[in-house]
Design a protein around this ligand. Sequence first.
Ligand SMILES: [Zn+2]
Length: 257
Amino acid sequence: MRSSAFAVPAVAALAVAGLSAALAFAAQANGPAKPAAAGHHEVYDYDHQEAWQALHDKSQSPIDIVTAGAAAADPAEPRAIEFSHTHGAIDKVEDNGHAVQVDTHATEATIRGRHFKLAQFHFHARSEHTLDGKHFPLEGHFVFKAQDGRLAVVGVMYEQGKANAVAQEVLDDLKPGKAKPAQPEIDIEGLLPKAHGYYHYLGSLTTPPLTENVEWYVMPAPVTMSKQQIDGFLSHYRRNNRNIQPLNGRPLIRYEG
Ligand SMILES: [Zn+2]
């Protein structure tokens, strides 16, 4: 599935990132379903990441979250993350050549007092962020966008344990030959931890063009999936996690939730 080719289509090079490409794809959601990794999809070679180049490279993601190095969030400012309308229609579930991705837009989030809307979510194996050096088998990235274009990504860690019904819906929708999702709707609450504590820092997209000024909120409370479900995601990607990047003195903020 993985190719050594590294191609960035014009749409991604022009704007804020792979995310813009994702949004552009979302706009084509009514078009015919495309086979995985075909056509305009981007494919990244995780075995040769040194070839990836960022325009600015001092504030990159992912990072190792050294929990002892995190400062408590300022109690004088709004700190919580609250999700609403987690249940909504699915536009697309696909293996896009670099991740398993679900396009669904109903969910809204209030993040530290500001309003964001969900653009898509996708999965990395192993986790991209580490907690005190520890990887999890999977990390979900819930990509939120504010009206002014600001991006906030909520990172969720998945560990082996009880089966996850919502993860199963995503996996079922990935079976070959499915032009449309079997489930027209999804409730992503089952993919989010109950505890909304987080580690926050300013970083980047973790795929080319690695654009910076992305707000990261990594939630350390893991959510479970069964071994079979984790293996289901691994059957698409054994490795699509970017290497850990240096913190370079950036503030890391802790919020207990
Ligand atoms: Zn990601």
